[in-house]
Design a protein around this ligand. Structure first.
Ligand SMILES: C[S@@+](CC[C@H](N)C(=O)[O-])C[C@H]1O[C@@H](n2cnc3c(N)ncnc32)[C@H](O)[C@@H]1O
Length: 280
Protein backbone atom coordinates (compact mmCIF):
# COMPACT_ATOMS: atom_id res chain seq x y z
CA UNK A 1 0.00 0.00 0.00
CA UNK A 2 1.22 3.43 -0.76
CA UNK A 3 0.64 5.92 1.99
CA UNK A 4 0.74 9.33 0.38
CA UNK A 5 -0.38 12.75 1.39
CA UNK A 6 -0.32 16.06 -0.40
CA UNK A 7 -0.16 19.15 1.74
CA UNK A 8 -1.33 22.52 0.50
CA UNK A 9 -2.65 23.79 -2.80
CA UNK A 10 -0.85 24.51 -6.01
CA UNK A 11 -0.35 28.24 -6.49
CA UNK A 12 -0.07 30.24 -9.72
CA UNK A 13 3.52 30.39 -10.87
CA UNK A 14 5.53 31.28 -13.96
CA UNK A 15 7.20 27.85 -13.85
CA UNK A 16 6.56 26.00 -17.08
CA UNK A 17 6.65 22.22 -16.47
CA UNK A 18 6.68 21.56 -20.22
CA UNK A 19 9.84 23.63 -20.49
CA UNK A 20 11.55 21.62 -17.78
CA UNK A 21 10.36 18.45 -19.54
CA UNK A 22 12.15 19.51 -22.74
CA UNK A 23 15.32 20.06 -20.77
CA UNK A 24 14.99 16.76 -18.88
CA UNK A 25 14.23 14.67 -21.96
CA UNK A 26 17.24 15.99 -23.89
CA UNK A 27 19.90 15.60 -21.29
CA UNK A 28 21.81 12.52 -20.21
CA UNK A 29 22.24 14.00 -16.75
CA UNK A 30 19.46 12.11 -14.96
CA UNK A 31 20.86 8.74 -16.06
CA UNK A 32 24.34 9.82 -15.04
CA UNK A 33 23.29 11.24 -11.69
CA UNK A 34 20.91 8.50 -10.61
CA UNK A 35 23.59 5.88 -11.43
CA UNK A 36 26.21 7.82 -9.44
CA UNK A 37 23.88 8.22 -6.45
CA UNK A 38 22.84 4.58 -6.42
CA UNK A 39 26.47 3.39 -6.56
CA UNK A 40 27.41 5.69 -3.70
CA UNK A 41 24.43 4.72 -1.53
CA UNK A 42 24.97 1.00 -2.19
CA UNK A 43 28.63 1.34 -1.11
CA UNK A 44 27.68 3.11 2.13
CA UNK A 45 24.57 1.06 2.86
CA UNK A 46 23.86 -0.50 6.22
CA UNK A 47 21.60 -3.53 6.61
CA UNK A 48 18.55 -1.42 7.45
CA UNK A 49 15.24 -2.81 6.20
CA UNK A 50 13.90 0.69 5.84
CA UNK A 51 15.41 3.61 3.93
CA UNK A 52 14.14 7.05 4.96
CA UNK A 53 14.75 9.64 2.24
CA UNK A 54 14.12 13.38 2.37
CA UNK A 55 14.23 15.14 -1.02
CA UNK A 56 14.12 18.94 -0.71
CA UNK A 57 13.13 20.77 -3.90
CA UNK A 58 12.22 17.38 -5.38
CA UNK A 59 10.72 18.91 -8.56
CA UNK A 60 8.85 16.66 -11.01
CA UNK A 61 11.00 13.64 -10.08
CA UNK A 62 13.35 13.20 -13.04
CA UNK A 63 16.09 12.36 -10.57
CA UNK A 64 13.97 10.86 -7.81
CA UNK A 65 12.10 8.43 -10.01
CA UNK A 66 15.06 6.42 -11.44
CA UNK A 67 16.70 6.53 -8.03
CA UNK A 68 13.69 5.12 -6.17
CA UNK A 69 13.01 2.59 -8.92
CA UNK A 70 16.52 1.06 -8.64
CA UNK A 71 17.35 1.36 -4.96
CA UNK A 72 15.37 -1.66 -3.72
CA UNK A 73 17.19 -3.95 -6.18
CA UNK A 74 20.61 -2.78 -4.99
CA UNK A 75 19.92 -2.56 -1.24
CA UNK A 76 17.29 -5.22 -0.54
CA UNK A 77 15.27 -2.78 1.56
CA UNK A 78 11.65 -3.62 2.30
CA UNK A 79 10.38 -0.09 2.73
CA UNK A 80 11.44 3.13 1.07
CA UNK A 81 9.99 5.92 3.18
CA UNK A 82 10.18 8.96 0.91
CA UNK A 83 9.38 12.57 1.80
CA UNK A 84 9.46 15.11 -1.03
CA UNK A 85 9.27 18.83 -0.26
CA UNK A 86 8.65 21.38 -2.98
CA UNK A 87 7.25 24.89 -3.01
CA UNK A 88 5.38 24.20 -6.29
CA UNK A 89 2.36 21.92 -5.99
CA UNK A 90 2.04 20.91 -9.63
CA UNK A 91 5.43 19.21 -9.79
CA UNK A 92 4.61 17.22 -6.65
CA UNK A 93 1.48 15.67 -8.11
CA UNK A 94 3.40 14.61 -11.27
CA UNK A 95 5.95 12.81 -9.12
CA UNK A 96 3.27 11.20 -7.00
CA UNK A 97 1.58 9.66 -10.04
CA UNK A 98 4.87 8.23 -11.34
CA UNK A 99 5.88 6.76 -8.00
CA UNK A 100 2.54 5.10 -7.30
CA UNK A 101 2.76 3.20 -10.61
CA UNK A 102 6.18 1.95 -9.58
CA UNK A 103 4.96 -0.06 -6.61
CA UNK A 104 2.90 -2.59 -8.55
CA UNK A 105 4.48 -6.06 -8.55
CA UNK A 106 7.32 -5.14 -6.15
CA UNK A 107 8.18 -6.75 -2.82
CA UNK A 108 9.49 -3.37 -1.69
CA UNK A 109 6.87 -0.89 -0.49
CA UNK A 110 6.99 2.84 -0.86
CA UNK A 111 5.61 5.19 1.74
CA UNK A 112 5.30 8.59 0.07
CA UNK A 113 4.76 11.94 1.70
CA UNK A 114 4.71 15.19 -0.21
CA UNK A 115 4.90 18.53 1.51
CA UNK A 116 3.90 21.55 -0.51
CA UNK A 117 5.98 24.23 1.16
CA UNK A 118 9.36 25.84 1.06
CA UNK A 119 11.90 23.61 2.77
CA UNK A 120 12.68 26.47 5.17
CA UNK A 121 9.04 26.75 6.34
CA UNK A 122 8.54 22.97 6.51
CA UNK A 123 11.53 22.68 8.83
CA UNK A 124 10.74 25.81 10.85
CA UNK A 125 7.20 24.64 11.70
CA UNK A 126 8.30 21.05 12.38
CA UNK A 127 6.57 19.48 9.35
CA UNK A 128 9.92 17.79 8.67
CA UNK A 129 11.53 16.67 11.90
CA UNK A 130 12.38 12.96 11.59
CA UNK A 131 15.81 11.48 11.14
CA UNK A 132 16.69 10.46 7.59
CA UNK A 133 19.11 7.93 6.11
CA UNK A 134 19.59 10.04 3.00
CA UNK A 135 18.80 13.69 2.30
CA UNK A 136 18.83 14.92 -1.27
CA UNK A 137 19.18 18.58 -2.17
CA UNK A 138 19.60 18.63 -5.92
CA UNK A 139 19.69 21.95 -7.81
CA UNK A 140 17.54 23.80 -5.31
CA UNK A 141 19.92 25.85 -3.16
CA UNK A 142 19.98 28.58 -5.83
CA UNK A 143 16.47 29.55 -4.77
CA UNK A 144 17.10 29.75 -1.04
CA UNK A 145 18.38 33.10 0.26
CA UNK A 146 19.46 31.61 3.63
CA UNK A 147 20.95 28.47 2.10
CA UNK A 148 23.66 28.13 4.78
CA UNK A 149 20.91 27.96 7.43
CA UNK A 150 19.08 25.32 5.41
CA UNK A 151 22.18 23.13 5.02
CA UNK A 152 22.87 23.26 8.76
CA UNK A 153 19.26 22.28 9.49
CA UNK A 154 19.36 19.43 6.98
CA UNK A 155 22.57 18.09 8.53
CA UNK A 156 20.80 18.03 11.90
CA UNK A 157 18.05 15.83 10.38
CA UNK A 158 20.49 13.06 9.40
CA UNK A 159 20.54 9.75 11.26
CA UNK A 160 23.97 8.75 12.62
CA UNK A 161 26.52 7.88 9.89
CA UNK A 162 24.16 9.05 7.14
CA UNK A 163 24.73 11.65 4.45
CA UNK A 164 23.28 14.77 2.90
CA UNK A 165 23.78 14.94 -0.87
CA UNK A 166 23.98 18.44 -2.35
CA UNK A 167 24.10 18.76 -6.14
CA UNK A 168 25.02 22.04 -7.81
CA UNK A 169 25.86 22.99 -11.35
CA UNK A 170 29.63 23.25 -11.68
CA UNK A 171 30.31 26.95 -11.99
CA UNK A 172 31.91 27.03 -15.39
CA UNK A 173 29.16 25.85 -17.73
CA UNK A 174 25.32 26.12 -17.75
CA UNK A 175 25.24 28.38 -14.74
CA UNK A 176 27.91 30.57 -16.30
CA UNK A 177 25.91 30.65 -19.51
CA UNK A 178 22.74 31.69 -17.68
CA UNK A 179 24.63 34.38 -15.81
CA UNK A 180 26.25 35.59 -19.02
CA UNK A 181 22.91 35.90 -20.80
CA UNK A 182 21.44 37.71 -17.81
CA UNK A 183 24.30 40.14 -17.41
CA UNK A 184 24.35 40.93 -21.15
CA UNK A 185 20.72 41.93 -20.73
CA UNK A 186 20.97 43.89 -17.51
CA UNK A 187 19.69 41.09 -15.25
CA UNK A 188 22.14 40.35 -12.43
CA UNK A 189 22.62 36.95 -10.96
CA UNK A 190 21.58 37.29 -7.33
CA UNK A 191 24.68 37.43 -5.12
CA UNK A 192 23.14 35.16 -2.50
CA UNK A 193 22.82 32.24 -4.93
CA UNK A 194 25.60 29.75 -4.34
CA UNK A 195 27.68 28.48 -7.22
CA UNK A 196 29.41 25.16 -6.59
CA UNK A 197 32.69 26.96 -5.85
CA UNK A 198 31.04 29.37 -3.39
CA UNK A 199 29.38 26.41 -1.71
CA UNK A 200 32.71 24.57 -1.50
CA UNK A 201 34.40 27.60 0.04
CA UNK A 202 31.67 27.95 2.66
CA UNK A 203 31.67 24.22 3.40
CA UNK A 204 35.42 24.26 4.05
CA UNK A 205 34.99 27.21 6.41
CA UNK A 206 32.49 25.23 8.51
CA UNK A 207 34.93 22.35 9.09
CA UNK A 208 32.22 19.84 8.04
CA UNK A 209 33.34 16.39 6.91
CA UNK A 210 32.48 15.90 3.22
CA UNK A 211 33.56 14.39 -0.08
CA UNK A 212 33.06 15.92 -3.51
CA UNK A 213 32.88 14.54 -7.04
CA UNK A 214 32.32 16.12 -10.46
CA UNK A 215 30.24 14.39 -13.14
CA UNK A 216 29.76 15.23 -16.80
CA UNK A 217 26.75 14.78 -19.05
CA UNK A 218 25.27 16.70 -21.96
CA UNK A 219 22.26 18.55 -23.30
CA UNK A 220 21.49 18.07 -26.96
CA UNK A 221 18.63 19.09 -29.23
CA UNK A 222 20.14 17.50 -32.32
CA UNK A 223 17.65 14.62 -32.29
CA UNK A 224 14.66 17.01 -32.40
CA UNK A 225 12.99 17.03 -35.81
CA UNK A 226 13.51 20.25 -37.78
CA UNK A 227 9.83 21.24 -37.59
CA UNK A 228 9.82 20.93 -33.77
CA UNK A 229 13.08 22.78 -33.20
CA UNK A 230 11.67 26.24 -32.76
CA UNK A 231 9.21 25.13 -30.11
CA UNK A 232 11.87 23.06 -28.32
CA UNK A 233 14.25 26.03 -28.27
CA UNK A 234 11.47 28.29 -26.98
CA UNK A 235 10.72 25.81 -24.17
CA UNK A 236 14.37 25.46 -23.27
CA UNK A 237 14.76 29.21 -23.14
CA UNK A 238 11.81 29.29 -20.69
CA UNK A 239 13.47 26.55 -18.69
CA UNK A 240 16.74 28.48 -18.40
CA UNK A 241 14.78 31.56 -17.39
CA UNK A 242 13.17 29.50 -14.62
CA UNK A 243 16.50 28.01 -13.58
CA UNK A 244 17.97 31.47 -13.33
CA UNK A 245 15.09 32.60 -11.15
CA UNK A 246 14.31 35.34 -13.68
CA UNK A 247 11.22 33.76 -15.22
CA UNK A 248 9.19 36.95 -15.50
CA UNK A 249 11.75 38.61 -17.71
CA UNK A 250 10.81 38.16 -21.35
CA UNK A 251 14.11 39.78 -22.25
CA UNK A 252 15.91 36.86 -20.66
CA UNK A 253 13.91 34.33 -22.67
CA UNK A 254 14.74 36.17 -25.90
CA UNK A 255 18.43 36.25 -25.02
CA UNK A 256 18.42 32.58 -24.02
CA UNK A 257 16.74 31.67 -27.32
CA UNK A 258 19.37 33.53 -29.32
CA UNK A 259 22.09 31.85 -27.29
CA UNK A 260 20.60 28.38 -27.84
CA UNK A 261 20.31 28.91 -31.58
CA UNK A 262 23.86 30.16 -31.94
CA UNK A 263 25.24 27.32 -29.81
CA UNK A 264 23.97 24.79 -32.38
CA UNK A 265 21.86 22.82 -29.93
CA UNK A 266 24.57 21.03 -28.01
CA UNK A 267 26.09 21.80 -24.58
CA UNK A 268 28.26 20.02 -22.07
CA UNK A 269 26.86 19.88 -18.52
CA UNK A 270 28.91 19.39 -15.38
CA UNK A 271 27.66 18.97 -11.85
CA UNK A 272 29.39 18.85 -8.50
CA UNK A 273 28.08 16.40 -5.93
CA UNK A 274 28.87 17.07 -2.28
CA UNK A 275 28.33 14.31 0.30
CA UNK A 276 28.08 15.85 3.76
CA UNK A 277 28.39 13.54 6.73
CA UNK A 278 26.11 13.49 9.73
CA UNK A 279 27.37 15.83 12.46
CA UNK A 280 26.84 15.29 16.18
C1 LIG B 1 15.76 23.05 -10.73
S1 LIG B 1 14.52 22.21 -9.88
C2 LIG B 1 15.40 20.75 -9.34
C3 LIG B 1 14.49 19.56 -9.21
C4 LIG B 1 15.17 18.24 -8.82
N1 LIG B 1 15.67 18.29 -7.48
C5 LIG B 1 16.25 17.88 -9.82
O1 LIG B 1 17.42 17.81 -9.42
O2 LIG B 1 15.91 17.68 -10.99
C6 LIG B 1 14.38 23.13 -8.36
C7 LIG B 1 13.15 22.78 -7.56
O3 LIG B 1 13.25 23.41 -6.27
C8 LIG B 1 11.97 23.91 -5.93
N2 LIG B 1 12.18 24.98 -4.94
C9 LIG B 1 12.66 26.21 -5.14
N3 LIG B 1 12.80 26.86 -3.97
C10 LIG B 1 12.40 26.01 -3.00
C11 LIG B 1 12.30 26.10 -1.58
N4 LIG B 1 12.68 27.19 -0.92
N5 LIG B 1 11.85 25.01 -0.89
C12 LIG B 1 11.47 23.88 -1.56
N6 LIG B 1 11.53 23.75 -2.91
C13 LIG B 1 11.99 24.80 -3.62
C14 LIG B 1 11.37 24.38 -7.25
O4 LIG B 1 9.98 24.46 -7.18
C15 LIG B 1 11.87 23.28 -8.19
O5 LIG B 1 10.94 22.22 -8.27
Amino acid sequence: MTNSSLHGQSGGSPYDPEAFEVFASHTTKYDTLSGVLIDHIAREATSNRQLRILDVGCGPGQLTFPLLASLPRRLSVELVDYTGVDSRGRVLSDLQTALMALEAGRSCKYSLTFIHSTAEDAIAVGQVSDQFDLILCSHMLYYVPRWQWLIRKLQSLLAPNCELCVILTASFETLGMIREIGEANGVSWCATKPTASAFLKWLRSTGSAFTMERHFSSLSLTSVAEENRERAVERLAMCFAFLSGQCERTIFVDAARRFLESAQMEFPLAEDIFWLKHEE
